[in-house]
Design a binder for this molecule. Structure first.
Ligand code: TRP
Length: 454
């Protein structure tokens, strides 16, 4: 137990209160809008079940092994996302990969806060009994809301203020306490909604779209999207597991935690699909309608459901909470970096960082309205932030991380970190083969394929 003190003679590092603290906070980061909002709309745009299968394959083959490695870097390095790379190898060269992660968190939070703000607004609408009536026209009022220059920005900034407040509270009192309450609530709510949705008339068609693969829809864009979704949904290669891992004790089981995080994340995504697609087909909504999908579909479900108002409140509370715990992690990664690099307190680092992100975020919000004509490679500011982070920078950081783990820090050292206090590393040989050869190659091939090079 004293190893952590011996390894750090300076100020003691903040730490989770319990073993479950890391697990819930990490799952809280992974489970979010990526599962409930992004997953269904990307599945819808990518033609359904075949995409889901490729996504699952990426999660198991690439996601889980990298997750194990990423937590190890943090627990071994005991520093922020960037400096931990240097701390485990004594080589400064690889820190750039941590820096990419920190930049990605910045970029993601700037558009993630927009959608979290929408969810916040919908929750309040539901709570005040205004949601159902307003959206009887399946989404036209939603389109009006998100393209408004003021309203969505107000909700976005409110949300940023909440997460700044929580991150200022620190690891144990802020992040851990909130996740402990919020995460379990979330699972109960989801299960109720799955039952409701699969018993709708015409649920079968939606279930077939979601579960019966048609491989003719697969192309290089779909494969890259599946890879991007796997990284995004798991918060992978972004430094959050390095940061959160650095607050955990050496006695915690890294492989057990990684397995738990992947399991929870996949379960929530699948449940979200089981809720959304039966309803999408029941109401004749276009599954490929993009970022609007969830916000159009749900009000429709609740409109003619017995006790619809109650379920609407529960559901939007759920999305809001899931978004909140992920947004907290996004801000924490950048804050931990700013705090340690510039040697300032958490109380200053969190609001300053949050404010800068909020300013960029306003432009992302406005790209649904007044700035919708501002595009680059055919994408609005919002879409560009999403595409660059999920489908370019995260898989790239994952590629570099696999090389770092397999060839620089080396599998034997990762194993030593994992087994430090009596934990075991099952399937180590397989892990090391995947990390050294399979993962870098697969990511490289997906990249080259999507660029049309092979
Ligand atoms: N994974 C979260 C979700 O599914 C979002 C998220 C939090 C994230 N931190 C991240 C995504 C870091 C990518 C990188 O909603």
């Amino acid at each position: 137990m004293s190893a952590r003190n011996a390894s750090n003679s300076l100020e003691p590092r903040e730490e989770w209160g319990t073993r479950l603290g890391f697990m819930l906070a990490a799952a809280g980061s992974a489970v979010g809008l990526g599962n409930i909002w992004r997953f269904p709309f990307v599945v819808g745009e990518s033609g359904g079940a075949a995409f889901v299968l490729i996504y699952l394959a990426f999660v198991l083959l690439i996601g889980l092994p990298l997750l194990i490695g990423e937590i190890s870097i943090g627990r071994g390095g005991r520093a922020n996302a960037m400096d931990s790379y240097g701390a485990v190898t004594k080589s400064k060269k690889w820190k750039f990969n941590g820096l990419i992660g920190i930049i990605v968190n910045f970029m993601i939070l700037s558009f993630y806060s927009v959608v979290s703000g929408w969810a916040f607004y919908y929750f309040i609408l539901a709570l005040t009994g205004n949601l159902v009536a307003e959206d009887r026209d399946y989404g036209s009022s939603f389109g009006g809301f998100i393209s408004d220059p003021l309203m969505p920005v107000v909700w976005q900034l409110l949300l940023m203020a909440i997460i700044i407040f929580i991150v200022m509270g620190g690891v144990k009192k802020g992040i851990e306490r909130w996740n402990n309450i919020l995460m379990p609530t979330l699972f109960v709510l989801l299960i109720v909604l799955v039952f409701r949705s699969v018993s709708l008339d015409g649920a079968g068609e939606g279930l077939r779209f979601f579960l019966e693969p048609d491989f003719s829809v697969i192309n290089s864009g779909v494969i890259l999207a599946a890879l991007g979704q796997a990284f995004f949904s798991l918060s992978l290669a972004s430094g959050v597991y390095v940061t959160y891992g650095s607050y955990s004790r050496s006695s915690s089981s890294i492989t057990g935690n990684a397995g738990g995080i992947v399991f929870l994340d996949v379960m929530v995504a699948i449940m979200a699909g089981l809720i959304i697609f039966p309803a999408v087909f029941h109401y004749g909504i276009d599954p490929g309608s993009g970022p609007d999908l969830v916000f159009i579909t749900f009000p429709a479900i609740f409109t003619d459901m017995p006790f619809g108002t109650v379920f609407a409140v529960i559901f939007f509370f759920f999305i809001f909470v899931a978004a909140l715990t992920s947004a907290i992690s996004l801000l924490e990664v950048v804050t931990a970096f700013v705090k340690e690099r510039f040697n300032i307190s958490r109380k200053i680092a969190a609001p300053v960082t949050g404010l800068v992100i909020a300013i960029v975020g306003v432009f992302a919000s406005l790209s649904f309205g007044v700035l919708s004509h501002v595009t680059l490679i055919d994408r609005t500011i919002f879409d560009l932030l999403d595409f660059l982070s999920a489908e370019v920078l995260l898989p790239f950081a994952g590629l570099v991380m696999s090389i770092f783990l397999g060839w620089i820090w080396k599998p034997a050292a990762v194993k030593a970190e994992i087994e430090k206090e009596g934990n075991r590393f099952p399937l180590f040989t397989l892990w090391s083969f995947l990390i050294k050869y399979v993962i870098p190659l697969v990511i490289l091939i997906v990249f080259l394929d999507s660029l049309g090079i092979i």
